[in-house]
Design a protein around this ligand. Structure first.
Ligand SMILES: [Zn+2]
Length: 417
């Protein structure tokens, strides 16, 4: 796929001044700011005034409401605010505002610039826009921002929960990159060692600076923001999110769909990912605790899950979306006993390599400690989810993606979180 990476990526105290210079140099004189009430207060207002006094033709569309969802209504609202002239869109916000702007600007053939209001998610540099269509979230291919200008003071002043969410989204790379390696080792999934290394590196940087990020020092928030952007660039370079999104993200997606179905308030993406990372790190800890001989015994006892039982589980967990989930999961559902035996043999053959992969995942209590240091939730209860809902995501999240993760490995080995 041909894509353009954001350039430049500025995370600085004078990022807004640099943004104005950038627009001037590129002759971007007509601008359209997209913001919601919160991001407008934090950043949009100030930016509008700055552009105004610098002589730009600037318009702003303000999305009202506490919970902004990237759906048809919001997309329409932004399109309605445009006046048909060639305008550069500026997304003032974090995940959702950026995704709405990304989608609209791409479909109108206009570039957009990202002005993050909080370091809360790794999607800024992404080309995919997750949009809710008829109640189902679909990631549509769009484009990356032409450039990213992040005001370091605004990011440092962002609500603590949003900083913690961004940190947790990055901490989740410990398990996602381990799943990326497992999928390659055990299921021949597409893999790139350098992509894996870069993904692991962003997780390590944030781990090392957890205390400072918890205090929102500007230097550490700059590191966090660069890690979030780098994570997006890694996804762009690999062509999909496999290294940045493993079993912990599948659980997060499960909860997100469940809350939406039940009409309950949404939970920050990173907050869900962080809690799920603790639970998935526990599966890795269980794998680490097994000797080769114990693994061999468990594999001996493992039998291929019955397709009918699998379909029944999917139906009960996903309701109206069950059919689409099952279709997407067909390669696993249609696995033959021979395929299953081949995977079991492979697990044993590669047991030492599996142990090396598992050794790179911090223990679950360490993941929880790091999340708490930054002020994020560490348990499903803190997310407002019941134990049963936590178990549902652990049991069924893996059906959402056609990938071999530690969740699949745990299943073959008969492990349970
Ligand atoms: Zn994420």
């Amino acid at each position: 796929m041909i894509y353009t990476k954001p350039h430049p990526v500025v995370v600085a105290e004078d990022a807004l001044e640099q943004l104005i210079d950038y627009c001037r140099q590129n002759n971007y004189t007509r601008l359209q700011i997209v913001a919601d009430v919160n991001t407008d207060r934090a950043l949009g207002c100030k930016l509008e005034t700055m552009f105004d006094s610098a002589g730009f033709n600037v318009q702003k569309v303000l999305l009202h409401g506490q919970e902004i969802i990237a759906d048809a209504e919001r997309v329409y609202q932004v399109m309605l605010a445009l006046d048909g002239s060639q305008r550069i869109l500026i997304a003032v916000g974090a995940g959702t505002i950026t995704d709405i702007t990304r989608f609209v600007s791409h479909r109108l053939g206009l570039p957009f610039i990202s002005a993050p209001s909080a370091p809360s998610v790794d999607g800024f540099a992404s080309i995919g826009a997750p949009v809710l269509i008829d109640g189902v979230k679909i990631s549509l291919p769009t484009h990356a921002p032409a450039a990213i200008f992040a005001d370091l003071n605004v990011l440092s002043d962002a609500p603590r929960a949003m900083i913690a969410a961004g940190f947790a989204d990055i901490l989740g790379k410990f398990t996602s990159v381990a799943d990326f390696r497992l999928g390659h080792l055990l299921y021949n999934e597409r893999y790139d060692a350098e992509i894996a290394q870069r993904t692991y590196a962003v997780a390590r940087v944030c781990e090392e600076h957890a205390e400072a990020i918890g205090q929102a020092t500007p230097a550490s928030i700059r590191l966090l923001m660069h890690a979030l952007v780098e994570s997006g660039l890694i996804i762009l370079d690999f062509g999909d999110s496999a290294s940045a999104s493993g079993a912990e993200h599948h659980m997060s997606h499960f909860w997100e769909m469940m809350l939406l179905r039940k009409g309950r308030p949404a939970i920050l993406h990173g907050a869900k990912v962080g809690v799920a990372t603790v639970m998935i790190a526990d599966l890795y800890a269980q794998v680490r605790a097994l000797s080769r001989a114990e693994a061999a015994d468990r594999l001996e006892a493992a039998t291929l899950p019955e397709k009918d039982a699998e379909l029944a589980a999917i139906r009960s967990a996903f309701g109206a979306e069950a059919e689409a989930v099952a279709r997407n999961h067909a390669p696993f559902l249609d696995m033959t006993p021979d395929d299953y035996d081949a995977i079991k043999r492979r697990i044993l053959e590669r047991w030492d390599e599996i142990q090396t992969v598992a050794a790179q995942v911090p223990p679950p209590d360490e993941i929880a400690r790091l999340l708490a240091v930054v002020g994020g939730p560490t348990t499903a209860a803190e997310l407002g989810l019941t134990d049963a809902e936590a178990a549902l995501a652990l049991d069924n999240g893996h059906y959402l993606r056609n990938r071999f993760t530690v969740r699949k490995l745990a299943r073959v080995l008969g492990l349970r979180a």
